[in-house]
Structure formats: structure tokens, C-alpha cells
Design a protein around this ligand. Structure first.
Ligand code: MV4
Length: 446
């Protein structure tokens, strides 16, 4: 069994992993930059090691420093959280070479899903529906034009090394295609050192619906339903909910079974997320994430399953603690990402938190590493916490969300709480009637 976990991350997710470890009787090691000495996860961890200066490249992404911290403390496993090294296959390999367990999937699966062309080809062969487009990459302009005319305009040019919205260009008509392809290709070359491109039919107003999966080394595979993450701004999720207001039980079971079967055949290990666009009743695969995601708590809320605990069990070679038949979906959950940003301009707002009071009560969870007197450093992303509310149905959940947003007090820095207080009164949001462009359209008109 795993006895000591080094948490290679910071902020709320470092605390989240620490909590799961303590409930399993596992010791924790926090690593931190010089800017994070006063972080809550550093205070709570059994041991802590400073691994470098504020710049993430020199600290949270510094593989030799993290391996050294494992050696010094005798950690036998590393949890990477999300972001940073969580989808770095080389990191997983280096840990393995040092006999340290990476709490995540295999390096091969990380590599496979990191290449968006290979990922799409693979899951298509496993029976997952994909967006119509080029089978594999497009090598020439002629190739691109022929395929685009076949599927019909508008089309979207995407980089194989992209993902999360980077390296994409829309071509509304055939007159735009070649320029879009060339621009996207040179941007991809500069950003990723890889200019492999593919083409997809452009979907106009889809929802972003993702399915949570989990598999162990004993042949157990399950899906844990979906999350609707359509409310985004500049490819950053803002609010997520489960279940999706757009799906019924039949549609959920159908896509769940397809995904579960595919993941089983892939031999995947650990937790993962299959992202889809959903339009006119159809699912279209876009990407697979091979990490624990920021929004995992909404799935935890409606299933009662601790995903980090399961990740650790699986990495230790144990069976996951449940089967698909045990999974029961209960009620509705919504997560709001609380960022230290101006609620209208989204300008980052680092600085000292003067006052902090978090909401509580039935069905309320706050995952955050901040506290009154804590100074938010300017070097990292602006997520300072997540408010997750659960209710027996969507309406109860929305009423609870409104109540808790009014209770939440964070003084001294700007936060996105006022944005959510506004959103919670929007009829489209209350009705679940939104798509991936809804939030940006709302922000433009308000
Ligand atoms: C698309 C699309 C429309 N059609 N693919 C953006 C991030 C990356 N994960 C995939 N993305 C998109 N792919 C096709 N064929 C529109 C988007 C997209 C988007 C997707 C999910 C959530 C928010 C989005 C915002 C803009 C564009």
C-alpha cells in the first residue's frame, strides 16, 4: 500500500489531495515555491519541502526538484493534481524509473490522448462518436479543401498538439480555408513545435458535456455520469453542473455505456474524462483528459464517491471500492469557480484577503486553500476556491446556490462572486438553456 504521498501541486487541489490521504491513513508531503510558504496545504501537510522560486517552471514544473523531494522524504507516490505535471508523460516515466508511483494513468495513455489526432482515431475505432472531419491529419492544402467540401462549411482547423482551445481557427467558407490552415499551422508550430493539423465540421451552438470514467487494474470499469461545462469564458470553465439539464436518463445511460465499454477496451487505468460537444441530441467526442479535473466535486456530490480516494486505491493496485451497478445518481450539484478577478473585467486581483467567511449548511462544500490574512501571490492562476452545492433536484440546488452566494464574504481582493450572484437570476441559466457561447454573449450584453 501507499504510505506517503507527495502532492506536486498547490492551492485548493493540494488541500483536496491532502484530505483524501489523511482519511486513508496516508502521510503527506507538500512541495511549494518560495511564494507559497504560507499556503494552507503546506501548513496541514505532515512534511513540506521548498522546491524553488515563485516561477512555476522552476518549482511546480521542476521535475528534478520534485524527485529530490521524494527521495529526501521517502515518499512512495506522487499525486500531480490538475495542471502543472498532471498530463506530463515524461514525468510519469521518470517517477517509475525511481520506483515512485504516479497517481494517474500510464505514460502511454497520457501520450496517446495528448495527440488529439491519435486520440480521435483511437476512440472512434472503440465506438465513440466523433465530430465528422478528416480521418487523421491533413497534410496538404488540397487534402484540406477536398475534406472540407465533403463535410461542408463552416469547418474548424485544429492542431494535433492543441487542446483546451489553443491552435484552432474557424473557416466559415471555402474562401477562408487556406488562410485559416496556414495561420493555425504556423501558430501551432510556434506554440507546440508540432504543426500537425486536422479538420472538423464546425458546430455552432453545442453544449460541452463530459463523461467521468474510472478503471482499475482488476478489470473494473465504470462511468460516473456527465458534467455540463458549457458556461465558459475564453476556454476557462466558470460554472459546472451535474447532471446536464440537456440529458435524460436514457441518453445518459447510452453515452455512459458507450464510453465505459471503450475505456475498458483501451485498458485505461485511473480516472479520466471524455469531453463531448452535444448538439441536436448527438454526442461528438472532442478530447480526453487523463487527469483529475477541477470540477470533479460535482460528480462526487451526486454519486457520493471520493474520486481522489479511488485514484489512490487504483494506483496502489487495489480494486476500486464500487462497481457500475453500485453507482447511484442522487440529486443535482453545481460548482462555481471563485477566482480572484474583477467580476466585470476579469483583471487578476492578487493581494491580501482581509476578511473571509464561507457559507455552510446542508449540501454545501467549499474547496479552498485561502483564509483571512492570506496573501494571494500574483504568479499563479486566479482560482482561489470552489463553491459546490448539492440539492435533491436542480431547483433546490439553484435556491441553495443563491443562498450560499449571498453568505460568502471575501474582502480585500476582487472575486467572481458578484458575477455568480448576477448569473443565478438569469432565466436562461435557471432554465438550463445555454450553450458554449452563452456566457460570452451574456458578458457582452451586460
Ligand atoms: C469545437 C467547436 C465547434 N466545433 N469543435 C474549444 C476547446 C476545445 N476543447 C474544443 N473547442 C471547440 N471545439 C468543433 N468541431 C467549438 C469549440 C469551442 C468550445 C468548446 C467547449 C467549450 C467552450 C468552447 C468555446 C469556444 C469554442
Amino acid at each position: 500500500m501507499i504510505e506517503k504521498v507527495l502532492i506536486a501541486n498547490r492551492g485548493e487541489i493540494a488541500l483536496r489531495v491532502h484530505r483524501a490521504c489523511k482519511e486513508m491513513g496516508i502521510s503527506t508531503v507538500a512541495v511549494h515555491s518560495t511564494a507559497d510558504e504560507d499556503a494552507m496545504h503546506v501548513r496541514l501537510a505532515d512534511e513540506s519541502v521548498c522546491i524553488g522560486p515563485p516561477s512555476a517552471t522552476d518549482s511546480y514544473l521542476n521535475i528534478p526538484a520534485i524527485i529530490s523531494a521524494c527521495e529526501i522524504t521517502g515518499a512512495d507516490a506522487v499525486h500531480p493534481g490538475y495542471g502543472f505535471l498532471s498530463e506530463n508523460a515524461r514525468f510519469a516515466e521518470i517517477l517509475a524509473a525511481h520506483d515512485i508511483t504516479f497517481i494517474g494513468p500510464t505514460a502511454d495513455h497520457i501520450n496517446l490522448m495528448g495527440d488529439k489526432i491519435a486520440a480521435k482515431t483511437t476512440v472512434k475505432d472503440l465506438g465513440i462518436p466523433v465530430v465528422p472531419g478528416s480521418d487523421g491529419g491533413v497534410t496538404s492544402d488540397e487534402d484540406a479543401m477536398r475534406i472540407s467540401k465533403e463535410i461542408g462549411f463552416p469547418v474548424l482547423v485544429k492542431a494535433a498538439a492543441g487542446g483546451g482551445g489553443r491552435g484552432m481557427k474557424v473557416a466559415p467558407t471555402e474562401d477562408d480555408l487556406i488562410e485559416a490552415l496556414h495561420t493555425a499551422r504556423s501558430e501551432a508550430k510556434a506554440a507546440f513545435g508540432d504543426d500537425a493539423m486536422y479538420i472538423e465540421k464546425y458546430l455552432g451552438e453545442p453544449r460541452h458535456i463530459e463523461v467521468q470514467v474510472i478503471a482499475d487494474s482488476h478489470g473494473n470499469v465504470a462511468h460516473l455520469g456527465e458534467r455540463d461545462c458549457s458556461l465558459q469564458r475564453r476556454h476557462q470553465k466558470v460554472l459546472e453542473e451535474a447532471p446536464s439539464p440537456a440529458l435524460n436518463d436514457v441518453a445518459r445511460a447510452k453515452i455512459g455505456d458507450i464510453v465505459r465499454n471503450a475505456i475498458g477496451n483501451l485498458g485505461y487505468l485511473g480516472v479520466g474524462t471524455i469531453e463531448f460537444l452535444y448538439e441536436n441530441g448527438e454526442f461528438y467526442f472532442i478530447e480526453m483528459n487523463t487527469r483529475l479535473q477541477v470540477e470533479h466535486p460535482v460528480t462526487e456530490a451526486i454519486t457520493g464517491i471520493d474520486l481522489v480516494r479511488e485514484q489512490i486505491r487504483i494506483a496502489a493496485g487495489l480494486e476500486m471500492s464500487f462497481t457500475q451497478e453500485d453507482v447511484e445518481f442522487s440529486g443535482h450539484a453545481i460548482e462555481c469557480r471563485i477566482n480572484a478577478e474583477h467580476p466585470k473585467t476579469f483583471a487578476p486581483s492578487p493581494g491580501t484577503i482581509k476578511g473571509f467567511h464561507q457559507p455552510g449548511g446542508l449540501g454545501v462544500r467549499v474547496d479552498s486553500g485561502v483564509y483571512a490574512g492570506y496573501r494571494i501571490p500574483p504568479y499563479y492562476d486566479s482560482l482561489i476556491g470552489k463553491l459546490i452545492v448539492h440539492g435533491r433536484n436542480r431547483n433546490e440546488c439553484l435556491m441553495r446556490l443563491r443562498r450560499t452566494l449571498n453568505e460568502f464574504v471575501i474582502e480585500g481582493v476582487d472575486t467572481t462572486i458578484p458575477l455568480f450572484q448576477e448569473l443565478i437570476n438569469e432565466p436562461d441559466l435557471m432554465n438550463g438553456d445555454y450553450h458554449i457561447h452563452w456566457l460570452e454573449e451574456f458578458l457582452h450584453r451586460s
